[in-house]
Design a protein around this ligand. Structure first.
Ligand code: COA
Length: 175
């Protein structure tokens, strides 16, 4: 699998369509999840994509954000939209993409942590890639209101900086 990191504005039209199709099919079930109803999701700045024979098979979105953890402000790489085309699942491709994302977060995005939210069912996927759960609640701001989502909140440490414990507020829309 060939892995590429693309700034959102540089994604070619045909690739964009194929990636939108993966997103649509992978997250179809989430549209019925009452916990996620009404949430507006953040836009992102980069996509990581895994291609086989030039076609996207697995992907994730990345956004750089300064968030609040307890009383401190911390820069993180928000990871979202992790999805593998159904025909290509259970072959280790998302895991491969997640591992390749680690140096991108450190060296290109230049932040000490990744942060993502996931369902309990997908937590092992991320834990096997080095992520760890730090909370089961995420605060966010939507339409000038502070809201929360009860979910699995995982972080990835990419430098020697240790994570600080505290309430996590992404200070904007979640991803
Ligand atoms: C979650 C998702 C991204 C995983 O993608 P994937 O490419 O299948 O992921 P992987 O193959 O790397 O790993 C999935 C599981 O398959 C297992 N696996 C990996 N290679 C395997 C193989 N060759 N044979 C059988 N199983 C395998 C892994 O052990 C992993 O199990 P784990 O969760 O216990 O770690 C994919 O199922 C998907 O798109 N789901 C819908 C969207 C979604 O829920 N996204 C997550 C949002 S948080």
């Amino acid at each position: 699998m060939e892995i590429q990191f693309l700034a959102e504005e540089n994604i070619p039209e045909e690739l964009r369509k194929a990636m939108d199709a993966i997103d649509h099919v992978a997250f179809a079930a989430d549209q019925d999840d009452p916990e996620l109803a009404g949430i507006q999701w953040s836009s992102h700045e980069w996509m990581a994509v895994g291609l086989i024979d030039g076609k996207p098979v697995t992907q994730l979105c990345l956004t750089r954000r300064e968030i609040r953890v307890g009383d401190e402000m911390v820069w993180v790489a928000g990871v979202g939209g992790v999805a593998t085309h159904p025909d290509w699942q259970k072959r280790g491709l998302a895991s491969q993409l997640l591992r390749a994302t680690q140096p991108f977060i450190r060296d290109e995005m230049r932040v000490p942590f990744g942060l993502l939210i996931c369902a309990e069912a997908t937590r092992p996927l991320y834990e096997h890639a080095g992520w760890q759960r730090v909370s089961q609640r995420l605060y966010y701001i939507q339409e000038a209101q502070r809201r929360h989502l009860d979910t699995q909140v995982l972080i990835l440490t990419v430098t020697e900086h240790p994570w600080i414990n505290g309430e996590i507020d992404v200070c904007g829309l979640p991803w």
